[in-house]
Write a protein that binds this ligand. Structure first.
Ligand code: PLP
Length: 517
């Protein structure tokens, strides 16, 4: 089928809709509201009535009812069901969004996280009555320490970027105690945007380090910029180009040589789990993205978790409280798990309570169900899948327009350079991405890393089949073939999604975040 027959005249091509959907697909739940409709009727009260004033003073009560939509239960169910179908998610199709590790989230973890003992636990529960939960957190800390190759862990940060902030604040506390006035943090020019943002939030100046022609850290540039005024170098390995940094030990020597710390952005951990450890490479601080490498579902904005692991010299400053295990007192008594607040040098709390506990349960279930050999296999398969897909794209004939940005064995993801495509076919990476939506694929990451023109960052993950990878390669080849005949088709894509191409610049400049009721 050509694109024209498949997608042109989108209206005519759309199958007829069921009446209920066709009639009110675009209505908001507020527009559906009719006074008095209810999805739920509360049962008769079976305790004695008490005057409201006794329970809540009138000054604390609202004077008019809240403006909530009034709908029946079927309308409510359809509303959410309809919204859920307008989204694209990893349970719907392939989601090779580079740097995000959109892998399958095993359903077993949901069963475990939903157990009453986990789901109904209150964060203010007396630690003595939450021993199981604290033990799980402590064991997760131990497992993450082992994976990172760094002995001390805090589970508190809520996201990778939050872990970054924690790590740089630890660095800051460390130098402040030593009376060292360092004010710069180095980040490579390939860094994720959260790295320089973290540096600025933590009160440091960002200094960019260049990338050499092979995609590695430019060592001469690093040596030139690493001085006694540098507090830290933030790095991910493999980098956001999907390339392993072969000179990592030399990088660590240069950074430690000027007394600075080396921070590992753990977003790319999916490439190295059980194979190499950031601590062994010389890193002092690591953050984990439990919602990337460790199967917490993500993509809807949270919740995630970004625990950190650190070396000995940074341990005293870890966020408070820390989950600890107190050894048995003897006489057959058991170990007791507790929250340790007695940490005078701590940078303090980073959030309310102790972290996103449900995420810890899922990630712990993942680590325990795979074991050491299983985690290693995850990373080996992730790397194999990425290299297979890169080779398969070449075989599908796309390299002429979309060559690899660096001709090397990649790790768990790779970057394609879309500039020949733009020049020869007159379509941009954005057009290719939008057209892929019509093939039922979530597009790869686009225009990141910033140093590759028209970049496309592809991360297949270990949980996809060979057939899915083949289909993706063929879909990309299809879009390029189609563009050779008529670039306009891709430029006006997508055609089959709930909304067509959005005005992204307009949305950024004039955001409408709230509809007037
Ligand atoms: C996702 C990501 C981050 C930030 O992590 P969040 O959990 O989204 O805050 C940092 N660095 C890299 C390379 C990433 O891919």
């Amino acid at each position: 089928m050509s694109a024209e027959t498949r997608y042109d005249g989108q209206r005519a091509a759309r199958p007829p809709r069921w009446f209920s959907e066709a009639a009110d697909d675009e209505l908001t739940i507020f527009e559906r509201s009719r006074p008095g409709r209810r999805a739920f009727v509360a049962p008769q009260c079976d305790v004695p009535d008490r005057p409201l004033d006794e329970l809540l003073p009138s000054r604390l009560r609202r004077s008019s009812p809240p403006r909530l939509p009034e709908v029946s239960e079927p309308e409510l169910v359809r509303h959410y069901n309809r919204l859920s179908k307008r989204n694209f998610d990893v349970d719907t199709g392939f989601y090779p969004l580079g740097s995000c590790t959109m892998k399958h989230n095993p359903r077993l973890h949901e069963r475990v996280a939903a157990l009453d003992g986990h789901a109904r636990l209150h964060p203010l529960q007396d630690p003595l009555r939450a021993q199981g939960a604290l033990e799980l957190m402590w064991r997760l800390q131990q497992a993450l320490a082992e994976i990172a190759g760094l002995p001390y862990v805090s589970l508190q940060p809520s996201a990778g970027s939050h872990g970054e902030l924690a790590g740089v604040l630890l660095t800051r506390a460390y130098y402040e105690e030593r009376g060292e006035g360092r004010h710069k943090v180095l980040t490579p020019d390939t860094a994720h945007g959260t790295n320089p943002a973290t540096v600025t939030m933590a009160g440091y100046d960002v200094v960019k380090v260049g990338t050499d022609s092979h995609g590695n850290v430019d060592l001469d540039d690093l040596r030139a910029k690493a001085g006694e005024d540098v507090a830290c170098l933030m790095l991910t390995n493999p980098s956001t180009l999907g390339l392993f940094e072969p000179a990592i030990e030399e990088v660590a020597r240069v950074v430690h040589g000027v007394g600075a710390t080396l921070y590992y952005d753990g977003a790319n951990l999916n490439a190295i789990m059980g194979i190499s450890r950031p601590g062994d490479m010389g890193f002092d601080i690591v953050h984990f993205n439990l919602h990337k490498s460790f199967t917490q579902p993500h993509g809807g904005g949270g919740p995630g978790a970004g625990p950190i692991a650190v070396s000995e010299r940074l341990e005293p400053y870890l966020p408070r409280p820390v989950v600890v295990r107190r050894a048995p007192a003897g006489n057959g008594s058991e170990a007791v798990y507790d929250l340790d607040y007695d940490r005078p040098k701590s940078i303090g709390r980073l959030r309310g309570f102790h972290g996103n506990y449900g995420v810890f349960v899922r990630s712990y279930a993942y680590i325990r169900s795979l074991g050491e050999a299983g985690l290693r296999e995850v990373s080996e398969t992730a790397v194999l899948n990425a290299n297979y897909l890169l080779a398969r794209l070449r075989r599908a004939g796309v390299a002429e327009y979309l060559p690899a940005a660096y001709e090397r064995i990649c790790m768990h993801e790779f970057v394609l350079d879309g500039s020949p495509m733009k020049r020869e076919l007159q379509i941009r990476t954005l057009d290719l991405a939008k057209r892929l939506l019509d093939h039922g694929v979530h597009p790869p990451t686009v225009y990141f890393p910033l140093i590759v023109e028209e970049a496309l960052l592809v991360e297949p993950t270990e949980t996809e089949t060979k057939e899915t990878l083949d289909r993706f390669a063929d879909a990309v080849a299809d879009v390029l073939r189609e563009a050779r005949a008529d670039p306009e088709v891709a430029r006006a894509a997508p055609y089959t999604t709930p909304v067509r191409r959005l005005d992204e610049a307009g949305a950024a400049r004039r955001p409408v975040v709230r509809q007037p009721l």
